[in-house]
Design a protein around this ligand. Sequence first.
Ligand SMILES: [Zn+2]
Length: 274
Amino acid sequence: MGQLTRITAHVYWLPPGPPDRPSLCAVVGSRRTVMLDGGSSRAHARELLSGLEAVGVAPPFAVLYTHAHWDHVFGGIEVGAAIVAQRLTAARLVELDRIDWSDEGLDLRVAAGEASPEHAAYVKEELPAPRTVEVAPADIVFDDEIALELGDVRVTVRHVGGDHSRDSSVVYVEPDGVLFLGDCTSASPTGVMTAGRAFPLQEAIRSFGAEHYVEGHHPSVVSERELDDLFDKIVMAERAARDHCELDLRDEDTAYFLAAFAAGLRSVGGDSSV
Ligand SMILES: [Zn+2]
């Protein structure tokens, strides 16, 4: 289990963990606390809430979502706070709440090719059967951007899209210079990346000029230089996929991006599923 770690003056981070738990953060101002992403289950959200309680921080008054994939939103209901979501995310939350999350429902979707076996296995492990999934709807919906003043700290949530999920938003924390990325730099759930989405996304991310980057499933906080390196690998992988030139595939990231861009060239875009 990860430990809640204070990464900057106002930001606490719960690192990602098994089976598919993403990073969660709390941003603590002099007046208000917010939570970034809701977690994979009530138990996951509770880990962050207990950690905050232990360090004497006020509970979140709002939860800001990066996108509506199950592992980022199933825990939101546990917080009992306002849910802030981009319009596409908000619509998807309503759909997620209606889906049959029983073992049978999951297995049917895998058999129909609508979900991956890994996805079903992760849900089953995070939420043992019989499971009840309640997905909290959005209380506050934005289109492009919304800013919240927490007292000496401001968070800005901005819709950036990308291959991973059309609804992806990132959260910028000032003055800490932290950008909470969710999963937006990853391929789609079916492993697809495209130049048309990946490069505008890089520009959108760079436009914040952040110093520290928190990615959904990356085990450490990423520096600006490490992000540059990652983006360079994406640029090289895209070029290699297009021109069929040689790349050093011993690097895990490069191999992942090359496969994703190659898949992107074979298909017309990649659709995102649950
Ligand atoms: Zn995701």
